[in-house]
Write a protein that binds this ligand. Structure first.
Ligand SMILES: Cc1cc2nc3c(=O)[nH]c(=O)nc-3n(C[C@H](O)[C@H](O)[C@H](O)COP(=O)(O)O)c2cc1C
Length: 225
């Protein structure tokens, strides 16, 4: 696949075939994605790649804790809730996904089920938990650098036929993830990526999210035009 096809074709995948992903292929994806640039070439990321029984125990723990109302315990600041254009975009993608899945606005059961799917990491066969060293926690640079490699992972995976969704829901119950994935206390959990072979019959996988225009995002100055 050429670069533009990967970037323009990739979309978040939330339904997976029940087909394992070879460990060697995940290694290959990581090897390429780790060419991502980082501040001072610090490469602060670490990856805890989980599958099989380990991932199933994480899903189970996530779901049980959420159903029991255990407060979320993300290991990063959330800032204020989204408002204005950000909130509109958040609602926009939710509407697209619910429309694709045939979930009506008033159908609380189906909506709750969708949320739980997220906590189950959409039943993907693989999850990559991205962490960085606690010794550098406090600077915004390490999370920024982790974002860079995460973007490379999802695009590299796509170039090899694998689908992903970056999945904050998967690490909201961080003690479960930490215990089952064997993440030591000197690591900060940043996010996780659900990964697997896309199920093309899963309606939400066809959703193409919108983007604001370059004119809305970019200011150009000093160009001759
Ligand atoms: C940091 C981050 C966290 C995300 N967390 C979730 C999540 O918890 N659940 C989910 O369904 N999608 C999640 N997503 C996927 C976004 O909803 C998705 O990337 C966005 O709507 C754009 O769609 P696209 O990836 O198909 O282009 C997350 C994406 C990012 C970058």
């Amino acid at each position: 696949m050429n670069f533009d096809d990967v970037i323009l074709g990739r979309r978040s995948i939330r339904g997976y075939l029940k087909k394992p992903v070879p460990k060697a292929l995940v290694r290959e994806v990581l090897e390429i994605a780790m060419r991502a640039p980082t501040s001072l070439n610090t490469q602060p990321w670490n990856f805890y790649v989980v599958a099989g029984d380990v991932l199933d125990r994480i899903r189970k723990g996530n779901v049980e804790r959420n159903l029991a109302g255990v407060p979320h315990s993300r290991e990063f600041r959330m800032g204020p809730g989204y408002e204005g254009a950000h909130r509109e975009r958040q609602i926009g993608i939710a509407k697209q996904l619910f429309a694709a899945m045939g979930i009506a606005r008033e159908d609380k059961v189906a909506r709750d089920d969708w949320v739980l799917r997220g906590f189950r990491q959409f039943d993907a066969p693989v999850s990559i938990v991205i962490t960085y060293d606690k010794s550098i926690q406090g600077s915004d640079i390490a999370p920024f650098d982790c974002g860079g490699v995460v973007n490379c992972i999802v695009n590299t995976a796509w170039s090899r036929g694998l689908g992903c969704v970056i999945n904050s829901q998967g690490i909201m119950q961080s003690p479960v993830v930490r215990a089952e994935a064997g993440i030591p206390d000197d690591q900060v959990i940043q996010t996780c990526i659900a990964m697997g072979w896309p199920d093309d019959s899963f309606p939400a996988n066809a959703v193409v999210s919108t983007r604001k225009s370059v004119d809305e995002a970019a200011v150009f100055r000093g160009f001759p035009d």
